[in-house]
Design a protein around this ligand. Structure first.
Ligand code: SF4
Length: 228
């Protein structure tokens, strides 16, 4: 029996016996839990493109099914494929350090990739693969309802912001997508590929820091809807 069916059965058995004051609370929590499971199961059972044949482990999104901030990264790397989790390995460590410095907790953020399966040898995804996987991302955005989406790297920025997006020129700029703010920053792997401690690496780190600080300021001001 699939996890979602187990949850549904549990819900049907338990809730009728609850006092009404607890029922609303359980309803909300059940819906959140069911959404988390649904998001995962839809990815894990997906065979919409040929990548499911070569990918050892799919990498569904991770995090609360309702989150103000969503991170969208590129296609899964080797470490992510091995663990079946987004943003792990050296890139994940860089991201965790950045989160700590900004004052965010990873578990409060919904983290996902534009593509849920690793491409063979990490090659550039084909347009047809991105198109096939887009429905999972749209599903995630629909359920999670983030107030802000941060794109990590060019690929998600090209898909979510605009096809001609140039990260070197548009990093840290606000864009609007379906009444929510979207911004792009360099992918952590781009930072780790620079010479450690070099002026260029430091400059790139500062650009990422400044951009994410804007997201934090926006969060601290209560996510106002007007774009300035
Ligand atoms: Fe499905 Fe996306 Fe994996 Fe293709 S890459 S099989 S669309 S989950």
């Amino acid at each position: 029996m699939e996890m979602l069916d187990v949850l549904r059965k549990l819900y049907a058995n338990v809730t009728p016996r609850l006092p009404s004051k607890y029922k609303d609370m359980v309803d909300v929590e059940f819906i959140k839990m069911a959404d988390e499971v649904k998001l995962k199961e839809e990815v894990l059972s997906c065979g919409a493109c040929a990548l499911h044949e070569t990918c050892a482990n799919k990498v569904p999104g991770e995090g609360p099914s309702r989150a103000d901030i969503m991170f969208v990264s590129e296609s899964p790397g080797e470490n992510e494929e091995r663990e079946g989790r987004p943003f792990v390995g050296p890139s994940g460590q860089v991201m965790d350090t950045i989160l700590d410095a900004i004052g965010w907790k990873r578990e409060d953020i919904y983290i996902t990739n534009i593509l849920k399966c690793r491409t063979p040898d990490g090659r550039k995804p084909e347009a047809s693969e991105l198109a096939a996987c887009r429905r999972h991302l749209l599903n995630e955005i629909e359920i999670v309802q983030p107030k802000v989406i941060v794109c990590w790297g060019s690929l998600p920025s090209n898909v979510l912001i605009h096809p001609d997006f140039r990260i070197t020129q548009e990093i840290g700029h606000w864009f609007e997508q379906d009444s929510r703010r979207v911004m792009a920053v360099y992918h952590p792997s781009y930072l780790t590929h620079q010479k450690e401690g070099s002026p260029k690496q430091n400059e790139l780190k500062w650009q990422v820091w400044d951009a994410l600080q804007k997201v934090k300021d926006y969060q601290d001001s209560g996510f106002p809807t007007n774009l300035t």
